[in-house]
Design a binder for this molecule. Structure first.
Ligand SMILES: C[S@@+](CC[C@H](N)C(=O)[O-])C[C@H]1O[C@@H](n2cnc3c(N)ncnc32)[C@H](O)[C@@H]1O
Length: 255
């Protein structure tokens, strides 16, 4: 990894805990923050850890943007998977470098990008999206974060069939995943894992019935809860406000 910022790099410009900015470096572009503007040409060639001064004399530390920083700057047009749920999916579906993963629906491409990040460099994410406008916008998002080379996106209703076979995992975040249980089973390799995200218990129950009927084993419905705390010594306690509910996850194996 280069020690110096290059054109096209994603950087985090850090002022303080409440003010940090993720931006893709383009020469000539002026980036506006609440602490003044930065000509991004001045960021090129900086060593990571150095500062850049805004037009009103405020210093911002130039750091590398991580995956979540980058994804946070994407245009969202659907509900997206929260990192806590994505992390559970990646680990429980045994997704790693080289994995071949089928996913639906693509939506904003947030989860697609996370899956692509973990299957790199030799794996692939085959993602299905029924809506053409979402499919096209997600392609733009994936291109923007540099993860498109690891993704094959399709503007297709996954209920009409999965084109791939012997895949390692199938990941579903769509309104009626129970209608894909059998297709998923057929597409998976022996030992492959299905991971489903649904927002309500009513949907979860329908998924359990469908995966059982399709022959899946080791059916595990879970809920992942993360509670943020105030990082203040002497005041260390849970944050007053936060996300109370995202959804339920279910994993099942083809054994
Ligand atoms: C909640 S969004 C997915 C968000 C995505 N996981 C993310 O993190 O950005 C659900 C998506 O599923 C798509 N969808 C619904 N039914 C589908 C189907 N049968 N085949 C493919 N995509 C479908 C919807 O159009 C929508 O974009």
């Amino acid at each position: 990894m280069s020690e110096c910022v290059k054109t096209g790099d994603w950087v985090l410009l850090y002022h303080d805990e409440k003010h940090r900015y993720t931006v893709k470096v383009e020469e000539g572009r002026v980036y506006h923050t609440t602490h003044g503007s930065v000509n991004l040409t001045e960021v090129v060639g900086k060593r990571y850890g150095e500062t850049v001064r805004t037009n009103i004399g405020e210093d911002l530390v130039v750091s590398r943007a991580n995956l979540l920083d980058r994804l946070g700057s994407l245009r969202r047009f659907t509900q997206v998977i929260y990192p806590k749920d994505a992390a559970y999916i990646v680990v429980s579906a045994n997704i790693g470098p080289g994995s071949r993963v089928v996913e639906a629906g693509t939506g904003t491409g947030f989860l697609t990008a996370i899956l692509a990040w973990y299957v790199r460099p030799s794996g692939r994410v085959y993602t299905y999206e029924i809506r053409k406008d979402f499919y096209e916008a997600a392609l733009e998002n994936l291109k923007e974060v540099g993860l498109l080379p690891y993704v094959e996106a399709k503007n297709k209703d996954i209920r009409k069939g999965i084109d791939e076979s012997d895949v390692d995992a199938v990941v579903l975040d769509m309104p009626d995943p129970w209608n894909v249980a059998e297709e998923a089973y057929n597409a998976l390799t022996h030992g492959g894992i299905l991971a489903v995200f649904v927002p309500t218990v009513t949907q979860l129950e329908r998924v359990i019935v469908a995966v059982r009927k399709s022959g899946f084993k080791v059916i595990e419905p879970v809920e992942v809860n993360v509670r943020k705390y105030k990082p203040v010594p002497g005041e260390l306690r849970p944050e007053t406000l936060g996300v109370l509910h995202t959804g339920y996850l279910l994993t099942a194996r083809k054994l």
